[in-house]
Design a protein around this ligand. Sequence first.
Ligand code: PLP
Ligand code: COI
Length: 360
Amino acid sequence: MTTPTIELKPSAHPLSDAEREAILASPGFGRHFTDHMVTIKWTEGRGWHDGQLVPYAPLSLDPANMTLHYAQTIFEGLKAYRQPDGSVATFRPEANAERFQNSARRLAMPELPVETFIEACEVLVRQDRAWVPSQGEASLYLRPFMIATEVGLGVRPANEYLFILIASPAGAYFSGGVKPVSVWLSEEYVRAAPGGTGAAKTGGNYAASLVAQAQAIEQGCDQVVWLDAIERRWIEEMGGMNLYFVYGSRIVTPELSGSLLPGITRDSLLTIAADLGYEVAEGRISVEDWKAANEDGSLTEVFACGTAAVITPVGSVKSTRANWTVADGEPGAVTMRLRAALLDIQTGQAPDKHGWMHPL
Ligand code: PLP
Ligand code: COI
């Protein structure tokens, strides 16, 4: 595979320091974007070419662009964190690059070389370094994605694609901060079925989730929890987060069933929790197990984890069959300890024992 170099064409009119500082004071999530973006083209027979860093700007697409009709599109999400010495580092970018390749394979799209994915992150963050927040757990969220750019209505893999990397300063994903979320168990709708695209990070999975998320809100809950497609019994994950169940000092996360997203935060926590002395396992957890272990007191905490949301406690559960409060409904000690341990590595407050941080 060819590895294109990225040509720099910086903006002549970046936002002023005052405008940028006003945004960074309260960034929210995914509402503001930095001054630049990286674009790289792929064409059948030629491979990856024309890598560029250019001013952030709208795209012009033909109405018959194939992505708009058949959703051949994939994305990633990773964060760059300000380090104590003022430098900037991202967390496990090669893991995101590899998942991006896996998603590409599932969607019959070309694979971007891992080193090009990482180079794109380096080039953009170096250029827009002033956009990396320095307060608390705020970060610069990087959103790499790929779309088909061929024009035509035939249903087949496109012969032209565009990779784009944009960046957005991020505060808390949930506006309430670290407040337990309430969840709705989705029995009517499923996110992904065996053999489907659930393990890929592709737009269609998120489009398919929206009606169930709306149902969760109607039910007075914050988030939807997906169950397996066949028995509607086994816990899979949340809309944009994986789940962990804490039984005292034993911590269990649903195993990778093929229909849930293999989260990088999930994977990192398997290691961090073991480092902290917890017994860690991947397994199958049913709705009945969840309810029974909650009732007999053996289940002490449940939390969700993901790049955008970090670690968020789950406080209560609602379904058509039963409602219950998870333990005492408050953020648990293990949840908060793992959250601090993960953020300490990401923000450079704790040693990076596993070589996860990539300086930019
Ligand atoms: N599950 C889904 C459906 C997601 O969209 C995400 C977010 O990326 C996750 C889980 C968590 O994955 P990660 O920890 O890699 O962000
Ligand atoms: C992430 O955590 O990076 C996600 O992609 C979750 C959501 C914003 C889709």
